[in-house]
Design a protein around this ligand. Structure first.
Ligand code: SF4
Length: 378
């Protein structure tokens, strides 16, 4: 990738791969209980960032792992590496993922001091038995404390919730939605529990020790979210995301719109001028390569124009506004009709999608079958 390709980058993702332990359902790039690697990571990240141009950013996102697992001094070192290299434009959305466990006032002070203006808090549930099942370290009480600490400094905060946890009832899920709404976040994300290959939950499921909730109950839980949250003032703007007016996650909207973004840290993937490059997913592998002066890139692919168009189509369909056909044509060179004809007709007949001359989008009923529609179109 040459440097002119990077001219239109306005968004950066930084991956912070540390957690206290690995939750049973987690397949993210991280190391658990390896705080001895944090100082090397900070050094390697600084080297990787040193090869990037001085971007002027509209969005900056630190995800993980748990970025706030780092100590206040380590967080300051991490942010220093980034904010001294890049320019944060006025109104830059500067987000950090955090977990309620160990989220101290001191850490939030560091985040605030460096200009973080959005926190995404991994709450997952307000029910202790669901939290224990998910192997989370925090209690519902920790969530309340963390929110109080966060909102004083950084009032723009999002809560992540997981539904369809084995053992969870519809009543439990309603109670978690109630508790989340009562905390008045600006944004909420709700995800059905997925069991990915390679996770501890995957092995348990294969041995018959873990049973997913029935599909119908999972659909009822999703229905509860898409009814309750809009009634409480949140607009659903994507399959799993809800926000108060003006608080959509702008960084995620960059991903979903097909715009360019750069990314740093183990397993981080950038997308620039139709090319996707993914760093080595092994944290120690990434560390060794960067510290030895080698490229951290593990995989790279130049997306064929049609593959890029299909990807954008799918991402667009996940947004409640749907795919803007004229914009899609301008961005990809493909008409939606040329890509979908023949494949989309059955979904139109089933009323899972609607279309007009200018847009194609999922219906409310279609949101329940989004994955099936996506698989069909890819
Ligand atoms: S806290 Fe989040 S990132 Fe860390 S192991 Fe659990 S699910 Fe994965």
């Amino acid at each position: 990738m040459n440097s002119s390709d990077r001219n239109d980058v306005r968004s950066v993702y930084i991956h912070v791969p540390f957690c206290k332990h690995r939750c049973g359902y987690c397949d993210f790039t991280l190391v658990a209980d390896r705080d001895d690697l944090i100082s090397e990571y900070l050094r390697a990240l600084d080297i990787e960032l040193g090869r990037a141009p001085n971007y002027a950013l509209d969005t900056l996102f630190f995800g993980g792992g748990t970025p706030t697992h780092l100590s206040p001094d380590q967080l300051a070192q991490l942010f220093e590496s980034v904010v001294t290299r890049f320019t944060l434009n006025d109104e830059c959305e500067f987000s950090v993922e955090a977990n309620p466990d160990g989220l101290t006032r001191e850490k939030i002070d560091v985040l605030h001091e460096y200009g973080v203006n959005r926190i995404s808090l991994g709450v997952q549930s307000f029910d202790q038995s669901a939290l224990s099942f998910l192997e989370r370290d925090h209690t519902p009480g920790d969530v309340l404390q963390a929110v109080e600490v966060v909102r004083n400094r950084i009032p723009n905060f999002s809560l992540d919730l997981i539904f369809a946890v084995p053992g969870q009832s519809l009543v439990d899920w309603h109670a978690s939605l109630d508790a989340a709404i009562a905390l008045s976040p600006t944004h909420l994300s709700t995800y059905g529990l997925t069991i990915e290959k390679g996770t501890a939950f995957w092995s348990r499921q294969r041995k018959g020790n873990l049973h997913r909730l029935p599909d119908e109950l999972e659909r009822d839980m999703y229905a509860a979210a898409i009814e309750r949250l809009p009634a409480a003032g949140f607009t659903q703007y994507e399959i799993s995301n809800f926000a108060r007016a003006g608080f959509n996650c702008r960084h995620n909207e960059v991903y979903w719109s097909g715009l360019s973004y750069d990314a740093f840290g183990p397993g981080a993937a950038c997308f620039i001028s139709g090319r996707r490059e993914t760093n080595h997913r092994s944290v120690t592998g990434w560390l060794k390569r960067v510290l030895a002066g080698k490229s951290p890139i593990g995989d790279s692919e130049q997306l064929a124009p049609e593959d890029h168009a299909r990807e954008l189509l799918v991402l667009g369909l996940r947004r409640t506004a749907g795919v803007d056909k004229p914009r899609f044509l301008k961005l990809t060179g493909y008409t939606v009709d040329a890509l979908t004809r023949g494949r989309i007709d059955s979904h139109l007949a089933a009323k899972h999608v609607v279309e007009s001359e200018s847009m194609l989008r999922l219906t409310r009923a279609g949101r329940f079958f989004a994955d099936a529609v996506v698989v069909d179109l890819l």
